[in-house]
Ligand binder design. Structure first.
Ligand SMILES: NC(=O)c1ccc[n+]([C@@H]2O[C@H](COP(=O)([O-])OP(=O)(O)OC[C@H]3O[C@@H](n4cnc5c(N)ncnc54)[C@H](OP(=O)(O)O)[C@@H]3O)[C@@H](O)[C@H]2O)c1
Length: 322
């Protein structure tokens, strides 16, 4: 297997456990020369993940770097450290980390509502800072969710896109049962806005070309009961999520294991046929249209422009014209 033969690098956020971990394992198993960076906030959990992927696959080109998407300082530090290392060319960023809070409003280190802060803003900043290191052919993938689309009837509240400032600093600090899940669905809609807007900008600014593709796509893994995403649920819901709902994978095709969806996510990086595919939404292996609202260009533009302000992104920090 691998043995330090890597000739390209992929960063996977939130890959210490769950979907990101399974995706990393599949990339290792493919043995195609990727240097894999497990980028999550907890060094110990990251190291355990690196170790276990090495043991399970025999693939050695894998390392961890600490990244806390709930801190703009940590994201900037990660980017600076990454740029200082002499890794193989960066050809993939998989924005997978995600949080879902049910009980209370959690804030990032910068005082921003954490669902919006981690799921959208942290990734927005990370990708912008790393764009200068991306070497074509390269791929950026945002992990979204079918909960972004009200027609999917997932049982989650519909997303409620608001002015980005109001999503970052919501007035309702005490939240009802549905506020946290609504914020989660909304953050997954923001992932799709960000996918389409970034892809459009890369095209318009001549950074993504047929000869030198840098593509951006969104991914829905489907419901994956048993993953760590329900860690903030009450004990009954956590029990259902962990032990009862996984049975649904046997009878409902839209319910998946992290292993199954990890493979489908890795494929968006690995499949040679997708080298030029950009600005698309993938439901597992299948390209589909995303929700009607997700194609609202005004919202996508507003989210982009306001995100620049919220993360305090300076023109000299990114190769994109802001
Ligand atoms: N599970 C589902 O049913 C489902 C359905 C649709 C979409 N998704 C999406 O799939 C993605 C992965 O979800 P999952 O179910 O695999 O979740 P998970 O098991 O909870 O894993 C989340 C990962 O994100 C990391 N993370 C959390 N906060 C972070 C932060 N501030 N900075 C950096 N990393 C952070 C976690 O690291 P720690 O180990 O440090 O906590 C963990 O590695 C998410 O984007 C989620 O929205 C999930």
């Amino acid at each position: 297997m691998g043995y330090n033969m890597a000739n390209k690098t992929v960063i996977i956020t939130g890959s210490s456990v769950g979907l990101g971990y399974e995706c990393a394992k599949n990339i290792a198993r493919a043995n195609e020369g990727w240097f894999i960076i497990i980028a999550s906030r907890n060094k110990e959990r990251n190291l355990i993940a690196v170790d276990s992927i090495k043991k399970e696959t025999g693939y050695d080109d894998i390392e961890q770097m600490e990244l806390d998407l709930a801190s703009f300082q940590s994201v900037r530090k990660f980017a600076t450290e990454f740029k200082a290392k002499s890794y193989s060319p960066l050809q993939g960023i998989i924005c997978n980390a995600g949080v879902h809070y049910k009980k209370e409003t959690v804030l990032t280190k910068d005082g921003i509502e954490a669902t919006f802060g981690v799921n959208h803003l942290g990734h927005f900043l990370l990708v912008n800072l790393l764009l200068e290191k991306m070497t074509p052919p390269a791929r950026i993938i945002f992990v979204s969710s079918d909960v972004h689309d009200p027609t999917n009837k997932t049982g989650m509240p519909n997303p409620k896109y608001q002015k980005p400032y109001d999503m970052a600093f919501p007035k309702d600090k005490i939240i009802s049962e549905s506020t946290g899940p609504m914020r989660y669905s909304t953050s997954k809609l923001c992932n799709i806005y960000c996918t389409y807007e970034l892809s459009g900008r890369l095209n318009q600014q001549g950074i993504n070309t047929k000869q030198k593709p840098i593509t951006v796509n969104a991914f829905n893994p489907g419901m994956m009961p048993g993953s760590g995403l329900a860690r903030d649920y009450n004990s009954f819901s956590r029990f259902m999520w962990k032990y009862i709902l996984p049975v649904l994978t046997l009878i409902k095709p839209e319910v998946k294991t992290t292993k199954q969806s990890g493979k489908a996510l890795a494929r968006l990086l690995l499949d040679k046929e997708l080298i030029e595919t950009t600005s698309k939404y993938f439901d597992g292996y299948k390209e589909k249209t995303s929700s009607i609202d997700s194609y609202n260009k005004e919202n996508a533009l507003e989210l982009w422009e306001e995100s620049v302000k919220l993360v305090n992104l300076k023109q000299e920090e990114t190769i994109l014209k802001l």
